[in-house]
Design a protein around this ligand. Structure first.
Ligand code: SF4
Length: 689
C-alpha cells in the first residue's frame, strides 16, 4: 500500500565483510531489513555471496551493547556516555603526563570507515603526540604491501577485479579465494570456464579453486619463495623473459640475478617437493602467456618470509613484463572490507595517510599547517610490539577499536597477559567481545549500516556508504566518539559530517587529492591515486612505476625457511584460514541466525590417512597442543588436507578453543606480521567425551 511504501526505504551500502567491496541496495522498514540486492557495483555487478546477501542481521542482535561500561573490580557497571568519555579523557591525559605520550597506543579498525581510521591516527599524533598506532593489516597484508613497495612502489592491487578476467593465466598462491573472496573468485571461475583463462593454483590445501584449476601444485609449507625464484631464474636462463620490458622499465637486474643464482629447479624440487620437470613446464607456459595476474593471500604473508615472498612474486611479474596492461599484475587480496583503507589512512606506526613517512619533511610541513602540531619523526609501536611493551611495562594504555584481538591475534595467551598488564584499556565494539572482558571502559559503537563514510576495497576503489538506519539507541559511530574525547582534551575538531573529514584527508594525502563526497555520489567510485581534478587510476603502472625515475626494481630478496617444522614432539603442521559462511573470528556471522545454523562451530580438518592412522572419525573430539596453548575441537575427515597437515578455520564459538591459542608470536622480520602458518602441533584423541 502507499502508506506502507512511505516507510520502506532503499539505501546504498557497501559490504562490511571481505575486501572485494561488493555494493548493495538495502531495503528497510525502520530497523527491519527486508531485502539486500546487489547494486550496480563495480566488483559484484549482479552477483553476491552468502555473507553479503544474508549476513546483516548482526546489526539487530540482542547482544548489541547499548550503554558504555566501566570496570569496577571484577565487574562492569553501566555508565552514561558523558561519564565514560570523561573517564577515558582523564585517564589518557594522566598517563601521558606521568609516563609520556609513548605510553599510550591506538588500534584502528579495518571494519570502520576511512574517515574513522584517519581520525584514530590523527588522535594518536595530534592529540596525544605518539606514533603508536596500527591496524589489523599487521596480521595479514603488511608483508604484501612491503613486497610491492620495494619492487613497484605502491602497496595495492595493480588493476581492478574485472581486469583479472582479461588475464590469459591467473595464478593463486596461498589463497582460498572461493571462500575468502567469493565474488572475485566467481569472476576467475567464469573466465576459466569460458576458456579465456588458465587457472594455476599453488596451495597446501585442496580447496575449491584448487579442484577446479588447470594445474594444482602443492609446495611444502612456507616454500613459495623457492619455486618462485627457481622459475624466475629458469625463465631468464632460457631467455624467455620480456627483455624489452626489463630494459626499458626495470632497474636492478644484475644484482637480482646474483641473488637467485643458487635457485635451480633441482633445488626447488628438493625444497618444495614439486618435481623440477613440472616447474619447468609451468615456467615455459607462464613465459608464453599474453597476460598473467598473480593473486595471493595469507598462505604467503603469514610466514617468516612473507615480505620476501611477496617481493619474489612481484619480481616474477616484472621479469615477464606482466605489469601495466589490463589482465596483468599483482593482486594481494585484502581480507577485511576496509583493510586497504585503514592502511591508506595512515593507521600505521611509520606512515601517515597515503603512505607518507612520518619523518618526511614535506609531510611534516603539510601536517603542521593542517593540524598545528609537529609530527614525531621516529617509528611508533606496531600491534605486536604494543603487546610486548605492555608486558614489559612500557605501554600503559591501549584504545582498541572494533577488533576481536583475543581470537584473531597470534598467541592469544601471550596477548591476554599483555591486556592484563595494561593500566588502562578501552575497547570500542558492537558487542561485549572476548577482548572486552579485559577492558576498563567498553564503548558501544555503531556498525556500517548506521553511519556514513567510505570504504576502500582491495582494488583501491573508494566507495560511499549511506546511513541505512539510525544508530541503535545508546550507540555512537566511531568518528563521533574520537571527536568527543579529542574535544575533552582540548582539540575541537568540530566535524559536522564525515564528508568534512574526507576533505581534510584529500588536503593531506596526495593519493586522495581529488576525492570528495560529491564525486562519490551513489554508485560513483574512484580508484586511487586520484588527481585533484578527479581523474582516478584503475590500472597502475601504465607508463611508470612509483619511483623517482619511473622504473621498477627487481628486489634481491632472501629465503627465510620456516622455524617450526614438525618434529618428534609436535608432529603435525597446523594451517588456518577462513570459511565461506563465517567472517574472521565470527563475531558478526555467529549472530546471523541462518549462518550460525548452517555452520554452528569450528572444527579441525584431518586427512583420511591421518584419521586412519590415529583411528579418528569425523565428529570425534580431539585436542591440539602447541608450545603456546591447547584447544579442543571436533574432527572433520576430508581430502582437502593431506598427510600430517591439519586445518582449523579461524572462527570459534569459544575463545578458549580459538586456533590462535596455538600460534606463536614470531613472524616476518620486515613487518612483524606473525607467522601464523608456521605452527606445529600434536594431537590427542579424546575418547571420554
Ligand atoms: Fe561481501 Fe566479499 Fe561476499 Fe562481496 S564477496 S558480498 S564483499 S563478503
Amino acid at each position: 500500500s502507499a502508506a506502507r511504501d512511505r516507510y520502506i526505504k532503499k539505501t546504498k551500502t557497501v559490504c562490511t565483510y571481505c575486501g572485494v567491496g561488493c555494493s548493495f541496495d538495502v531495503w528497510t522498514d525502520e530497523r527491519h531489513i527486508l531485502k539486500v540486492e546487489p547494486g550496480l557495483g563495480h566488483a559484484n555487478g549482479i552477483s553476491t555471496c552468502v555473507k553479503g546477501k544474508f549476513g546483516w542481521d548482526y546489526v539487530n542482535s540482542g547482544d548489541r551493547l547499548t550503554t558504555p561500561l566501566i570496570r569496577e573490580g571484577d565487574r562492569f557497571r553501566e555508565a552514561s556516555w558523558d561519564e565514560a568519555l570523561d573517564l577515558v579523557a582523564r585517564r589518557l591525559s594522566e598517563i601521558r603526563a606521568k609516563d609520556g605520550p609513548d605510553a599510550l597506543a591506538f588500534i584502528a579498525s579495518s571494519k570502520a570507515t576511512n574517515e574513522e581510521a584517519f581520525l584514530v591516527q590523527k588522535f594518536a599524533r595530534q592529540v596525544i603526540g605518539t606514533n603508536n598506532v596500527d591496524n589489523c593489516s599487521r596480521y595479514c597484508q603488511s608483508p604484501a604491501t612491503a613486497g610491492l613497495i620495494r619492487t613497484v612502489g605502491i602497496g595495492g592491487d595493480s588493476g581492478t577485479i574485472r581486469d583479472i578476467e582479461q588475464a590469459s593465466m591467473v595464478i593463486t598462491i596461498g589463497s582460498n579465494a572461493a571462500e575468502s573472496h567469493p565474488v572475485l573468485a566467481t569472476r576467475v571461475k567464469r573466465a576459466q570456464k569460458l576458456g579465456r583463462t588458465k587457472l594455476v593454483v599453488f596451495d597446501i590445501r585442496e580447496h575449491e579453486l584448487a579442484r577446479r584449476s588447470d594445474l594444482f601444485l602443492r609446495p611444502r609449507p612456507g616454500t613459495d619463495f623457492v619455486w618462485l625464484s627457481a622459475v624466475s631464474r629458469f625463465i631468464v636462463e632460457q631467455g624467455l623473459h620480456d627483455r624489452a620490458f626489463v630494459e626499458a622499465r626495470v632497474n636492478g637486474l644484475d644484482e637480482y640475478l646474483e641473488s637467485i643464482s643458487g635457485y635451480t629447479l633441482a633445488y626447488a624440487e628438493q625444497e618444495t617437493g614439486i618435481p623440477a620437470a613440472t616447474l619447468e613446464a609451468f615456467a615455459r607456459d607462464l613465459a608464453a602467456q599474453e597476460g598473467v595476474c598473480i593473486l595471493w593471500a595469507m598462505g604467503v604473508t603469514q610466514q617468516c618470509g612473507g615480505s620476501d615472498t611477496s617481493a619474489a612474486i612481484s619480481n616474477l611479474l616484472l621479469l615477464t613484463g606482466n605489469y601495466g596492461r589490463t589482465g596483468t599484475g599483482a593482486y594481494p587480496l585484502r581480507g577485511h572490507n576496509n583493510v586497504q583503507g585503514a592502511s591508506d589512512m595512515g593507521a600505521m606506526p611509520d606512515q601517515v595517510s597515503g603512505y607518507q613517512r612520518v619523518g618526511d619533511p614535506l609531510t611534516v610541513q603539510r601536517h603542521e599547517r593542517e593540524w598545528g602540531v609537529t609530527l614525531r619523526p621516529e617509528r611508533g609501536l606496531d600491534n605486536t610490539q604494543m603487546i610486548d611493551a605492555a608486558i614489559e611495562g612500557r605501554l600503559k594504555a591501549l584504545w582498541l577499536t572494533g577488533e576481536e584481538m583475543s581470537l584473531t591475534d597470534a598467541n592469544a595467551n601471550h596477548l591476554e597477559r599483555g591486556y592484563e598488564a595494561l593500566e588502562f584499556f578501552v575497547v570500542q565494539d558492537l558487542y561485549f567481545t572476548n577482548t572486552a572482558r579485559y577492558a576498563d571502559v567498553v564503548l558501544p559503537a555503531s556498525p556500517s549500516l548506521e553511519k556514513e563514510g567510505t570504504f576502500t576495497s582491495t582494488e583501491r576503489r573508494i566507495q560511499r556508504l549511506y546511513q541505512v538506519m539510525e544508530p541503535l539507541r545508546g550507540t555512537r559511530p566511531d568518528w563521533q566518539i574520537y571527536s568527543a574525547v579529542a574535544r575533552r582534551l582540548g582539540f575541537d575538531w568540530s566535524y559536522a559530517h564525515p564528508a568534512e573529514i574526507m576533505d581534510e584527508i584529500a588536503r593531506l594525502t596526495p593519493f586522495y587529492a581529488g576525492v570528495n563526497y560529491a564525486r562519490l555520489e551513489g554508485y560513483e567510485t574512484l580508484c586511487w591515486p586520484v588527481a585533484e581534478d578527479g581523474t582516478d587510476t584503475p590500472l597502475l603502472y601504465r607508463d611508470r612505476f612509483h619511483f623517482p625515475d619511473g622504473k621498477a626494481v627487481l628486489y634481491p630478496a632472501t629465503y627465510k625457511p620456516r622455524q617450526n617444522a614438525p618434529d618428534a614432539e609436535f608432529d603435525l603442521h597446523l594451517n588456518s584460514g577462513r570459511m565461506l559462511e563465517h567472517f574472521h573470528e565470527g563475531n558478526m556471522t555467529f549472530r546471523v541466525h541462518g549462518i550460525a545454523e548452517k555452520a554452528p562451530d569450528t572444527f579441525v580438518e584431518l586427512s583420511p590417512e591421518l584419521a586412519a592412522e590415529r583411528a579418528v572419525q569425523s565428529g570425534q573430539w580431539v585436542r591440539l597442543i602447541s608450545p603456546h596453548g591447547a584447544v579442543r575441537l571436533r574432527a572433520l575427515v576430508t581430502g582437502r588436507v593431506s598427510g600430517n597437515e591439519v586445518y582449523v578455520p579461524m572462527n570459534a564459538r569459544r575463545a578458549e578453543d580459538a586456533v590462535n591459542r596455538l600460534t606463536g608470536s614470531g613472524g616476518d622480520s620486515i613487518t612483524n606480521t606473525p607467522a601464523y602458518k608456521d605452527t606445529s602441533v600434536r594431537m590427542e584423541v579424546l575418547n571420554d567425551v
